[in-house]
Design a protein around this ligand. Structure first.
Ligand SMILES: Cc1cc2nc3c(=O)[nH]c(=O)nc-3n(C[C@H](O)[C@H](O)[C@H](O)COP(=O)(O)OP(=O)(O)OC[C@H]3O[C@@H](n4cnc5c(N)ncnc54)[C@H](O)[C@@H]3O)c2cc1C
Length: 512
């Protein structure tokens, strides 16, 4: 039984390790010459930058993947828990720390806005309930729609009804936050939990407030060596488990015959027969470009899918440190409605954006030469539209971003401190990782009822095809992409064992 995996991002690597640990014969194809996809690294002039994800949450997902092979995550990675989780800078000069545990976070918020201390606690109680419901109904299994989450007919009890009510399907993330907290600055901070899935708080379902608990309750972690250490550890694990890794090899097509995946065709025209295929490529592009035909069209008809947001990243090697920064920081926009309206409704970069800054030298000084700073600045932008030409737009937007950092985050001299500078634009993201319209976080989570649902991990259109990654269930972000890889592998393994049992039964019957 051979499984072919298309893509070596976090989802593809997690699937490869889980399958190999369970005894499957696995070959992984990655078009780039590195593994880890968006979790890439940039090293220049003595500075080291994580290029994509910088905030690691829910390490229990990684723990479970390593445990598949009998390994202990904390022996493989040196994970440090960060406090504060984020430092927030506002246009009015306010600085607010999101502390590492909800009690201390509430105290800090109470100092800024006394009535919001209790409001934040109310919000966290809702987030905790939603995280619990997600854990029981949404995570660790292939889910495509409400039917897959709970068997309403069989289980309709008072307890199930309460769980359904807890999902607050009539409310958005922003609506929930507005009910609980009054101060605009506190609300803006809480609305940014939803930026982990690159979607507007004004259009995303309230169930995604659970993300707040996943971060506040379980911590924000930094792997020494950077987030890049995560795919490196997974790649080592995959290798030790015998996964055949073929980097520099793109996949052009999945051969489907009589509704079943049979083989992978690489960009050099090689045909590799596979019993099953896991695609870590964007799910919409997998069906449109690799599958095609009747099955591809059938998927396209299931639902209109929209890309999540994209982003611009500036990697700035500085000859001074900004000690007032924490490891993770947000420099918030002057007006969240203007910002979210520009990005998600009008499809244009925000005139006064929120900038996320990672200053990993706070935790790992070796990322920059002595006294320097390896600054990572991410600004969310709309996904690519046909009129966006980032080679033309970047120079102007760079000035907007640097002006913002000078004005609102005490970094007035930043331009004169830059020793090394590189940038990543939506167009670069699109080309490097073969995503949908430059999206950082897969598919948008918009829609009060269906917003949280992504294409399921077991294809409903092609037998033997499984999906892993940020544009498949349960969604984007490091922990979710990793979990999706585990789910794809677990579902495949269950199906393969079932098929094996059926084949054995048939053989037994034939023998009799
Ligand atoms: C700038 C940025 C900042 C982010 N910040 C955070 C953060 O702080 N915290 C967080 O949790 N998440 C963050 N994310 C999101 C997170 O990085 C992603 O959700 C996650 O890494 C996606 O993993 P994935 O499995 O979907 O694979 P991807 O990283 O998308 O990788 C897919 C891989 O498949 C390969 N591939 C695609 N098509 C083919 C093909 N046909 N043949 C062969 N190979 C193919 C690609 O080359 C790529 O390597 C960020 C992302 C970016 C870009």
């Amino acid at each position: 039984m051979k499984t072919g995996i298309i893509g070596g991002g976090l989802g593809g690597l997690a699937a490869a390790c889980t399958l190999a640990a369970r005894g499957h014969d696995v070959v992984l194809f990655e078009k780039n010459d590195w593994l880890g996809g968006k979790a890439a690294v940039l090293e220049q002039g003595g500075y080291r930058f994580d290029m994509g994800p910088t905030i690691l949450t829910m390490p229990r997902v990684l723990e479970r993947i390593f445990a598949e092979a009998g390994r202990e995550l904390h022996r493989e990675l040196d994970l440090r828990r960060l406090d504060p989780q984020w430092r927030c800078f506002y246009d009015d000069g306010t600085v607010l720390d999101l502390r590492d545990d909800p009690k201390r976070a509430a105290e800090e918020i109470g100092r800024l806005s006394p009535e919001d201390r209790a409001g934040f606690e109310r919000f966290m109680a809702v987030a905790s309930r939603l995280s619990d419901v997600s854990d029981r109904f949404f995570f660790w299994k292939s889910v495509e729609d409400l039917r897959d989450t709970m068997d309403l007919k069989a289980n309709m009890s008072l307890a199930t009804l309460k769980d359904v009510m807890a999902l607050r399907m009539h409310r958005t993330v922003a609506g929930q936050i507005k009910r609980d907290v009054k101060d605009g600055r506190v609300a803006q901070m809480l609305e940014h939990f939803i930026q982990y899935v690159g979607s507007s708080p004004l259009a995303s379902p309230a169930v995604l407030c659970g993300i707040a608990q996943m971060q506040q309750g379980e911590g924000v972690w930094y792997p020494m060596g950077g987030t890049r250490a995560v795919p490196l550890a997974l790649a080592r694990l995959a290798e030790s488990l015998g996964v055949e890794v073929r980097t520099g090899t793109g996949v052009e097509r999945i051969e489907v015959e009589a509704g079943r995946a049979r083989a992978i065709i690489t960009d050099s025209g090689e045909r590799v027969a596979c019993d099953r295929v896991v695609s870590n490529m964007d799910s919409v592009r997998t069906y449109a470009e690799l599958v095609g035909g009747a099955e591809g069209r059938a998927f396209a008809r299931t639902r209109k899918r929209e890309a999540a947001c994209s982003g611009v990243v500036l990697y700035l090697g500085l000859d001074r440190a900004y000690e007032h920064l924490a490891h993770h920081n947000f420099v918030f926009s002057r007006d969240p409605e203007e910002e979210f309206g520009a990005i998600y409704d009008h499809g244009e970069p925000a005139p006064d954006p929120t900038a996320y800054i990672a200053a990993p030298a706070r935790t790992e000084p070796g990322v920059a030469p002595d006294g320097g700073e390896a600054l990572y600045v991410l600004v969310h932008t709309p996904y690519l539209r046909s009129h966006h030409d980032w080679s033309r737009m970047l120079p102007h937007y760079r000035e907007v971003i640097l002006d913002k950092l000078g004005r609102a985050a005490g970094m007035e001299d930043i331009r004169s401190r830059i020793q090394v500078e590189r940038a990543l634009t939506p167009q670069d993201i699109h080309e490097r990782y073969k995503v949908l319209n430059g999206a950082i976080y897969g598919l948008a989570s918009h829609g009060k009822v269906m917003g949280a649902f992504k294409p399921g991990n077991r294809s409903r259109q092609v037998e033997g095809l499984y999906l892993a990654g940020g544009s498949a269930h349960p969604g984007p972000g490091m922990p979710m992409a990793l979990m999706s890889g585990w789910i794809a592998a677990d579902t495949l393994d269950t199906d393969a064992r079932g098929a094996g049992d059926v084949a054995r039964e048939r053989a037994d019957v034939a023998a009799e």
